[in-house]
Write a protein that binds this ligand. Structure first.
Ligand SMILES: [Zn+2]
Length: 68
């Protein structure tokens, strides 16, 4: 899984920081869902919810805003 970077404002650092989030490989999940007759979709949805948020690359806080 790769990482996506953008700039945003971290409330914990109280400064503009580089923010990151892991990218979800949807093609791989789609193939696995087909192979497992839909069972893998549970893992897929779970990974989207768990890894969907942006976090500060300096302190790791998820309290980031103004992502651009
Ligand atoms: Zn921070």
């Amino acid at each position: 899984m790769g990482l996506q970077y953008k700039s945003g404002f971290c409330k914990k650092c109280d400064a503009n920081r580089k923010v990151e989030r892991p990218t979800v490989n949807h093609i791989l999940h789609l193939i696995l869902t087909i192979v497992t007759v839909g069972l893998w979709s549970i893992v897929w949805i779970g990974s989207v919810i768990r890894f969907g948020g942006w976090r500060c690359s300096t302190c790791g806080s998820t309290k980031v805003s103004k992502i651009s």
